[in-house]
Design a protein around this ligand. Sequence first.
Ligand SMILES: *Cc1c(COP(=O)(O)O)cnc(C)c1O
Length: 374
Amino acid sequence: MILHRQPPAHPGMSIADVDTPSLLLDLDAFERNLRQLPASLPSNRTRVRPHAKSHKCPQIALRQISAGAAGICCQKVSEAEAMAEGGVRDIHVANEIVGESKLAALAQLARDVRISVCADDARNVERLEAAAARADVSLSVFVELDLGTQRCGVTPGEPLLTLARKIAASPHLRFAGLQAYFGSAQHRRTVEERRSAAASTAQTANSARALLAAHGIACPLITGGGTGTYLFDVESGGLDEVQPGSYVLMDADYARNETTGGLRPFEQSLFVWTTLMSRPAPGFGAVDAGLKALSIDSGMPLVCGNPGVDYVRAADEHGVLRFTDPGCPLAVGDKIKLIPGHCDPTVNLHDWFVCCRNDRVEALWPITARGAIR
Ligand SMILES: *Cc1c(COP(=O)(O)O)cnc(C)c1O
């Protein structure tokens, strides 16, 4: 009998008995975040399309749709496949997809569910058209705008017009609008910095819309925005649809964003559950959650409920704790909650969300799009 890949818990269990390292989802906080996103929007004219790369779990995507979302975003075709398999019917791939096998898979997916994708390159649009023709489907294509972030996108000017016309003239493609996502602005710390980034997004988006209109090209929708800027994006009047992802789970990095001026922060609902496996000296210890259980690209995880303890270093299998309060009573075998630095890549390391309410396990949700990197 193979036991080594069994889930770390079963429903009904006390969280004290959940095996570690594992991912806990606090259902009360999660459900409040689910409701808060649509409620935070000033009018119901703005559509919500949460980004599923944060949670990679169809069970969560379906709950976001029940809470009013038009559909979800994915970043990769294989992520979109996992979501479609899990019952999601409307998926925007908020990214450029390049390469024949990926394009074939994308077009195949469009036979079963509503699919849209981004483009910023004429040759890629030709390959998209060919793949859609071969699969006998119609694909909705958004042109991604370059917002000065030096990642992807075309400049709103002649390159935008040329590409939009090319998409509109492709028999199996539909020009669906624009994507204006200012990724690097999401974690700018002050409200003022994020508000001003959103104002510049809106300016670019609106001038692109006006340019298209001046040339007789209708722009059905402008989509973009993440957890850090979506409210300012809506306030600036640049976007018709917002794509926050992290909001439903949150992480230590997002918690460092300032939320003054009436902004209501989302709650931490995601935790890494870990065991203290060694405390060789009063000032040091090690837990069983290292790089294979959490990601540190956006900083070290925070230790919950133990103010005198810091997670200072991650090795493959170990996390090193420093006890600034040597009298801290934590002993070998005790379990603690960590708040991961960055939710998306942390979730990508786990097979299951262990969903808890009041310290009881209520459900286990499989993270079926984990590892879906293609
Ligand atoms: C990552 C991403 C988002 C969501 O960002 P969060 O910061 O997790 O809210 C939205 N749109 C695009 C295109 C993204 O890449």
